[in-house]
Design a protein around this ligand. Sequence first.
Ligand code: PBG
Length: 329
Amino acid sequence: MITGKYPNLRLRRNRKNSWSRRLVAENNLSANDFILPIFLIEGKNKTQPIKSMPDVFRYSIDNIGKIIDRAIKNQVPMVALFPNSSKKLKDNLGSEALNENNLVCRAIRYIKKRYKNKIGIMCDVALDPYTSHGHDGILKSGYVLNDETIDILIDQSLLQAEMGCDVLAPSDMMDGRIGKIRSALDKKNFKNVQLLSYAVKYASNFYGPFRDAVGSKTSLKGDKKTYQMDFKNNDEALREVALDIKEGADMVMVKPGLPYLDIIKTIKNNFKIPVFAYQVSGEYSMLANAINKKIIKKDAIYENLMSFKRAGANAIVSYYADRLNEILP
Ligand code: PBG
């Protein structure tokens, strides 16, 4: 590996000028590497701040045009839709997930009609924005039922596919759901709808602000440790990914991002499949708060995002994806 030694070898030589640093750079970031999450809310002409996420907003459907116009202009390839469903629509079974006029379904139709295929649409497959208890599936005696939940997730997937969703992203962590969703989609002739599996999703403390954004924070009973992964584990991440690839995943997600760079790298080294990283809400807010308080410089955002590329991520879900012109050099 090392081809010489000091004083004839000086690694600082390549770093001396900016043009040289650019020339030898091993990784780069562009808008093509990003997925932009959008929070949806009922109502008209609403752009509502989210207390725990500085500079991130919930939009009523008639207002998402602004943020999507900008995303398309900046060549961000895809948006991810997350609903803040009103409390009165939530129940035990998350029934609102199957309502073709729920926020997500209306937003998909709006975006597809207005923008055709100029930008991809990704939607979560999971029940947590719709359940009164805030869990991703059906809760019975404090436990989230696996197979019964999958039956509903299949219907949620088919509905979102029918509305025009391009990429379904099961984020629920039920066992076996990728295979079952894939075969249900194929049976209904949705053969080209892509599956992005949140294959490696840890039971993390960094999801707090997101739960505030979708309105499940106060309602969540207990934690999600019986279905999301234990953060002590790494081999298990490989098993999850191997299974989901076998079942038909087109892409896999690792989530959260920054505390799990080792996992991204291991997966990329072991599987030749697109791997995405989710810079989750808690990571976002920590960074944003530190910058707002002038504890660290804004350039730290670029540095943070680059770490995902270095680890091997093909793309990053980030709440910064609507401001890339301020962040990328
Ligand atoms: C729910 C879901 C969560 C996130 C995306 N989809 C939260 C959770 O599992 O409780 C978190 C995203 C973030 O924190 O930014 N299925």
